[in-house]
Structures are given as C-alpha cells and as structure tokens.
Design a protein around this ligand. Structure first.
Ligand SMILES: C[S@@+](CC[C@H](N)C(=O)[O-])C[C@H]1O[C@@H](n2cnc3c(N)ncnc32)[C@H](O)[C@@H]1O
Length: 335
C-alpha cells in the first residue's frame, strides 16, 4: 500500500493529476500503488517493477544504467550477458513509453583489460536496430575532472542517447534556450541589415553540455571539503540534477510522468518534481533508496543545495589558491 514518507511539507501550488491528494513520496512495489503521488520509489529489481506496468504511461524514461565495470552496485558479468539483460530492460521501457515519448540512456565506457568499449555504440544497435526507436541526439556530457589515466587520455565525457518512439514527439526548445554569446550581433547585409541577428529568446543549447556535479564544484569553491559537501552522497555515480532538468523541460510537459529505472540517489526525480512533473524511480539498493528519500525530503523542506540549470561553471582566478603552483614544486621541473 502507498504511504507518506517522513514529514513532507505542503506541495504548494503543484497540480496533481486528477486529485488534491497531497501525497508526495510513496514507496511502491507496483505501478498500481503510485496513485496520485508525486514521486514513487520502488526498491526492487528493475524488470520486476517494469513488468507490473501494463500500459504505456511514461512521457520520458531516463537513466544511467550500470556499465558492468565492477562498481559497488553491480556484479561484473560477461559483456554479452550484460547487453542481453539491458536489451530486456530496454524492450520493457519501450513498451511502457507513450507514443510521443522519449527514452534517454546515459552511458560511458565498458572497460576490459584496459580496452574501452563505448557503450553507446552497443546501445544504438539495440535501441535502433532491435527495438526500432529513432535517434534524435547523441548528447555529449562533458565534465572537467575525474580519475586521471596513465595508459590512455583521461576520459572527460559521456553520452546521452535521446531516442523517440515515433516521429510525433515533444521538443520544447524555447524552455531550454540559453543566452547567446554575442546577443549584440547584427546582420551586416540583406533585408535585415542593422537588425539584431540572434534569436531574442536565446540560442539552442546544442548537443554538447557542461553541467557540473555539485561536489566537483565544491572542490573548487572550498578546497578539502569534498567528503563533507551535502550534495556528495555515498553513491559513486550521481547525476548532476541540471543534466536531467534540461531533458525534463525539453522532452515533457507539466504533470507528465518520468521514470528512472536505475534511479540511484534520485537526481532525475528531483529534476522532474522541481519542474512540476511526476516521477517514479526504481533501484534495487535500499541504501541508495534511503539516500533518495533523504534528498527528496530535503528538496521538499528547502534544504537541498544544488546548482541551478544554466549556472556558469566556476573558473578559478589566477590569484586563487587552487590556481597556484604548489610551494613544493618551486625549483623543480614542473609544467
Ligand atoms: C549508474 S547508477 C545510477 C545513478 C543515478 N543516476 C543517480 O543520479 O544517483 C546505477 C544504479 O542502478 C542500480 N541497479 C543496478 N542493478 C539494478 C537492478 N537489477 N534493478 C534495479 N536497480 C539496479 C544500482 O543500485 C545503481 O544505483
């Protein structure tokens, strides 16, 4: 049975579909438990949950699945077996997606004996060739920091494959436009000569995105507090909320249902509800679901710290401590 978690505050003016029920977070074992909640959390295996969904319900399914690289939340298996499992999950996702819905699969590399296998190559084959969805963008999520590599160039991007179920899909470009770099540019010839040449509503954000995970920013802002930053949870692979927020705004409308079948700490759920959508997250780990509940409660009581979509990326000034050559390197052959 669905029940309220902890002590949620009032939702305010958020419209809930078909009811004035104020249930915010429900723990569910099947879609029928979701009712009029704003967020449903299913602490169970992804396929077990998806199989409870009888009809197409989701406008957007967005997730970063395990990459089969031996993270604490996954058991490494033969690459082919991993892909077969993912294919089964993706077929279920396609089945429960509304006809004008979108699927966004965020992936990096599978690595075996130091050789990399870009997962989006393999997922493209599954989602396009075996399931028949249409690719609209291969978005590059670029980030500034991460583990350095000594046997190849350090990886500094991952991708999001955005597929639609049909040619009739939602794309709210105006909701996600960004400020033009040179809004003062003007046409220098032709009938519009002298008039501003940029779109007054801003420009298309393009398919290369730079959202910064909150903990990464904190490392630059306040050196040495990484482990204590409130946004850094125990989860090793958290999404930045704003990464998903842009997808939510562009690919769904208010009150739509968004499902993250591998929700981890619930970043995509927060992105959804902060933009007046509803969301269901599935994760088999009770530890991560608890982190998720904690973050959602902090979102509802206003104490969740987060970057807002479109915040400029922090660049250290030459005078900042982090931008200076360490004293220990003085007199040595350094770069
Ligand atoms: C890459 S992480 C997702 C992180 C998430 N995007 C976030 O922002 O926190 C993948 C998640 O899939 C979950 N997971 C792995 N296998 C699963 C399964 N069979 N069913 C449900 N969840 C699973 C893991 O517990 C992990 O939290």
């Amino acid at each position: 049975m669905a029940y309220k978690v902890s002590n949620p505050l009032e939702i305010g003016d958020l419209p809930l579909i078909g009811s004035n029920d104020k249930t915010q977070i429900s723990l569910i074992n099947k879609i029928d438990d979701f009712g009029n909640s704003e967020v449903g959390l299913a602490n169970m295996d992804v396929l077990d949950f998806l199989k409870t969904v009888k009809n197409p319900v989701a406008r957007l399914i967005v997730a970063s699945p395990p990459y089969n690289i031996g993270k604490p939340y996954e058991k490494r298996e033969a690459f082919e077996d991993y892909l077969d499992w993912q294919e089964e999950v993706l077929k279920e996702c396609h089945r429960i997606l509304l006809d004008n819905g979108s699927l966004c699969w965020q992936v990096g590399n599978y690595v075996e004996k130091k050789e990399i296998f870009p997962l989006d190559f393999f997922f493209y084959n599954i989602i396009k060739k075996k399931i028949g969805m249409k690719l609209r963008n291969r978005i590059i999520w670029r980030f500034g920091h991460g583990l350095p590599s000594s046997s190849r160039f350090s990886g500094r991007y991952e991708t999001i494959l955005w597929f639609t179920k049909s040619d009739d899909y939602i794309f709210n470009l105006d909701a996600v436009r960004v400020r033009s770099k040179y809004p003062g540019k003007r046409y220098y010839r032709g009938p519009n000569k002298g008039k501003p040449s940029c779109n007054i509503k801003g420009k298309n954000p393009s398919d290369i995105w730079d959202p910064v995970p909150e903990w990464e920013e904190s490392v630059w802002d306040i050196p040495n507090v990484k482990a204590h930053h409130p946004e850094k949870t125990k989860h090793p692979c958290q999404f930045p909320i704003e990464l998903i927020e842009r997808l939510v705004l562009a690919l769904t409308n208010e009150s739509d249902l968004i499902i993250d079948p591998f929700c981890g700490t619930g970043s995509s759920l927060i992105a959804a509800i902060s933009r007046k959508r509803r969301a269901i997250g599935v994760d088999k780990s009770t530890e991560y679901i608890n982190i998720c509940i904690d973050r959602l409660n902090r979102y509802y009581n206003g104490s969740l710290k987060r970057r807002i979509l479109g915040t400029p990326i922090f660049e250290p000034k030459p005078t900042d401590k982090v931008a200076q050559i360490p004293k220990e390197w003085e007199g040595l052959d350094h770069f």
